[in-house]
Design a protein. Sequence first.
Length: 287
Amino acid sequence: MDAKPQYETFLGEVSARNLSREAIVEWDGHSEQESACLIDTDSFKFNLVSGTLIFTNAIVLGLETDLGEHHFVFVCSEHVFAIFFTIELVLRTKQKGFALWKEPSCWLDIFLVFNGLAALYVMPVVAPANGDTASARLLRLLRMTRVMRLLRVFSLFRGLSNILMAFAAALTTVTWVGVIVLLLDYVIAILLTQLVGQRAHLWGDDEDQVQEWFGNIGRSMRTLFIIMTLAEWSNMALTLSKVYNPGIVFVAFGAYIVIASYTMVSLITGIISEKLIAVQNADMNFK
């Protein structure tokens, strides 16, 4: 069929829809870079396939850890994964050019690909691993870094990337919340060491246990952290109630748990949620 009438029809549609001149260029064909690579490496389907292979690789690594990495199936799968991730990097580079290699988000991909190729095809030839030699330790180290491939899912899926960005944005504020908790624990640890640890003899048979909990500042802060996780606090409260008024002891424990555990967790959750909403709004505006 003659392409001229089709082109004239397309020009009529352009005029009717008031499209820009770029629409005509787009009709004539994709750019050289897009035509050179038929696979869109930024598409959801491609990222879904890559993410599935990454999760599958992580599962295989777990099975290798439990069952032994020298099984024939695991050896073959390792080669398959290394080849796939190499092809993936080649396709992404073919579509976006070597400028992709200058992006910090791509550095992990490049490192893992070359690391996998080195562990499979270079190290066994250059420095065969025998026993507990330096070559064997280096090869094991290279192979252990394969688990870092799981981190790549954050760059493949926008939802996970937004959560990571929100967490990073909230990290500074969350750190200051941790400083507040640390100062609170330090002040309370001094009081507990003076009021309980240094008077452990009052508890008779439980003296050693009280010393273990509140014998010095370090032990008292460790005990407060344990209470913060809601572990063993009831046993501690019952023991301290043998000397001090049970009502005061349980009120003090309850107040500390509410402030140091529930309130701080709620505060951190609110901070991260606020940052996540901000990141999602910025992402929507970018789209």
